[in-house]
Design a protein around this ligand. Structure first.
Ligand SMILES: [Fe+2]
Length: 226
């Protein structure tokens, strides 16, 4: 089951509200039912993991970006399932041909916001851009696949909104808390919802693991930014 979770995030920097849909962690899964959920969005952010590294597949993930880009402006930043692809460079060039704008340690202007995508520079081998991004004037929205990286690198930075995925809601949720997530291990702290009033973590739209999700529906986010 996939649910739609809505947030309102106020910055005071926009002349009109903007609706940001966020679809994270597709993991090469079926995606057709996602589009009705994001109707009315001004832009789609995909903060990583369209691929499935366990099966080394991304054909449906690429189709998803292709179909999405035909419907609305679509921006993608990488996740660990892309960087762990055996043919990472080839995969990135395939993603670049879908029509989605690929943001790997770079940013662009989109209407009234600065929109960036960040991943660990030593892994993607693209220079860091966080200092430059932070120094921009205006509303800064950043995609960062891993919430734990936000805690390490971005907590003290002047940013307006960061969107993340990766933690899959903590896989099994009990008493509104996840049990396990990659990189954070057992009883992770940052698995879904709002942290620091400006990091919004999606529980992701699919499950690439053999472990079941429990008490933890897959989710699409709709963030009204104003
Ligand atoms: Fe993921």
């Amino acid at each position: 089951m996939r649910i739609l979770t809505s947030y309102h995030h106020h910055t005071g920097k926009l002349s009109a509200p903007m609706k940001l849909a966020v679809i994270s962690d597709v993991h090469n899964d079926a995606y057709e039912d996602l589009f009705p959920m994001i109707e009315g969005a001004d832009v789609l952010l995909v903060p990583g993991d369209i691929a499935n590294r366990y099966t080394q597949s991304c054909d449906r993930g690429l189709d998803f970006l292709r179909d999405a880009s035909k419907r609305l402006p679509t921006f993608f930043s990488v996740g660990n399932h892309e960087t762990r692809s055996k043919e990472y460079r080839k995969l990135i060039s395939q993603i670049e041909q879908t029509g989605a704008e690929v943001l790997i340690n770079r940013y662009v202007r989109f209407e009234e916001i600065w929109l960036g995508g960040w991943y660990e520079p030593d892994i993607v081998r693209v220079d860091d851009m966080l200092d430059e991004f932070e120094a921009l004037e205006g509303c800064k929205v950043l995609m960062c696949h891993k919430p734990d990286q936000y805690m390490k690198k971005m907590r003290d930075l002047d940013l307006d909104l960061v969107v993340a995925g990766h933690a899959h809601g903590g896989q099994v949720r009990i008493l509104n808390r996840g049990i396990y997530s990659p990189d954070q291990g057992l009883f992770p702290k940052y698995t879904r919802g709002v942290i620091d009033d400006r990091l919004i973590v999606s529980a992701g739209v699919s499950n690439p693991n053999h472990l079941p999700r429990w008490g933890n529906p897959c989710e699409v986010l709709m963030i009204t930014l104003d």
